[in-house]
Design a protein around this ligand. Structure first.
Ligand code: UD1
Ligand code: UDP
Length: 361
């Protein structure tokens, strides 16, 4: 089997890493392509290093741009690579523009596509990710659904490809890296903080709209707790553009820092009291038995209802009149009870490679 593995962004590097570990331990010769959708050292190079991955065979340097520019540039670049490499199967992970481009390029060349993390739906059409997920699922040959719930969504949509429930590779990645993260814990990041909530925000529908972003910041300040905020470059750019950095500073409760690497972020997840986020991957990571944190989702919907059902996630919305009280109530209900992880046992990558191995070896 010669798989063609594509990544483009921070979460794809994290969640694809366990598949790469499997290829290496099985002696599978894989081609490794990075589209360069994420390119800052703190969003890409650092992640390749900390996940112990080799340098990709090629980086397309697609970079930032409008939705169509980014998707189109990656599409053209990936097609050239596929024509040259002639792989047996293309592996994509998640719902980014990179994933959609890779799927289109492969489907048009009639190369089988394996979609890892298939069947997630937020039903929020404002999200570029929702379009990417749906289109990718309907053009894929292998649909690796993390849960029975996501598999059922795919069955109801009558996708053409074969559906397998495997768990989510995010748990495999986390279990692999957490021991390393805890050994080299960076205490400087939380200096002076006795207890803190960990915040991330980067979804376009939250940070690109001034009213929504301002409301989120005001609501978070009104919680009157220490919040550590490793901010995505997109959020730093938008907070600066909307003049909200000074409000964060004057509020005195939100400590904003550059995005941190995966190892530091894992140890922050372990040490925080609870998580505030609009991230997809972090909703899943919070459910890992070794993290087990309550996560307040600063969005109006989630494509991860399993994390709500398991008692980890609470979708609190973005209305500053409402979400702070929902968070306070959630805290009162208790933060530390035992909960079950809905995303598998950390063996999703083994299951995925066993399935592909049967067809291509
Ligand atoms: C993308 C994905 C999103 C995913 C996120 C992971 C799409 C449509 N969105 O969103 O699903 O959750 O990655 O983090 O694919 N920037 C940098 N350096 C970088 C990358 C981005 O400074 O390395 C800044 C640029 O100003 C850029 C902005 O962030 O314009 C947005 O980057 P982009 O890749 O378009 O989307 P993300 O918000 O990162
Ligand atoms: N992450 C990180 N450092 C940070 C913020 C996030 O290492 O400062 C990791 C996080 O642990 C998870 C992934 O990045 O594995 C999630 O990426 P992101 O929230 O950007 O994207 P999403 O999951 O929403 O697509």
């Amino acid at each position: 089997m010669r798989p063609f593995i594509i990544v483009g962004t921070r979460p794809e590097i994290v969640k694809m890493a366990p598949i790469i570990y499997e290829c290496e331990s099985r002696g599978i010769d894989y081609y490794f392509l990075h589209t360069g959708q994420h390119y800052s050292e703190s969003m890409s190079g650092l992640f390749l290093d900390e996940m112990d991955l080799r340098t990709p065979d090629r980086n397309l340097d697609v970079g930032s741009g409008s939705q169509s520019e980014q998707t189109a540039q990656a599409l053209v670049g990936i097609e050239k690579e596929l024509l040259r490499e002639k792989p047996d199967v293309v592996l994509v992970q998640g719902d980014t523009n990179t994933v959609l481009s890779a799927t289109l390029a492969a489907a048009k060349l009639r190369i089988p596509v394996a979609h890892i993390e298939a069947g997630l739906r937020s039903y929020d059409t404002r999200m570029p990710e929702e379009h990417n997920r749906r289109l990718t699922d309907h053009a894929s040959d292998y649909l690796f659904a993390p849960t029975e719930n996501s598999a059922e969504i795919l069955r109801k949509e009558n996708v053409w490809g074969r559906i397998f429930v495997t768990g989510n590779t995010v748990i495999d990645a986390l279990e692999n890296r957490l021991p390393v993260a805890l050994k080299r814990m960076n205490r400087a990041l939380t200096k002076g903080l006795d207890s803190f909530a960990l915040l991330t925000l980067h979804r376009a529908e939250n940070v690109d709209d001034k009213n929504v972003l301002e409301g989120l910041i005001e609501g978070l300040i009104s919680l009157e707790m220490s919040i550590l905020f490793p901010a995505h470059p997109r959020s730093i750019k938008q907070l600066t553009k909307f003049g909200l950095m000074s409000r964060i500073k004057s509020g005195g409760l939100i400590r904003i820092i550059e995005p941190v690497g995966y190892l530091d972020f894992l140890s922050l997840q372990k040490r925080c009291s609870f998580i505030l986020t609009d991230s997809g991957g972090i909703q899943e990571e919070a459910t890992a038995p070794s993290i087990n944190k309550k996560v307040f989702v600063l969005r109006t919907s989630t494509e991860r209802p399993e994390a709500v059902d398991s008692g980890h996630a609470v979708v609190v919305g973005v209305n500053p009149e409402k979400f702070p009280n929902m968070i306070r109530n959630g805290i009162k209900e208790g933060l530390d009870e035992e909960r079950r992880c809905p995303y598998g046992e950390g063996d999703a990558s083994k299951k995925i490679m066993n399935i592909l191995g049967k067809d291509f070896d």
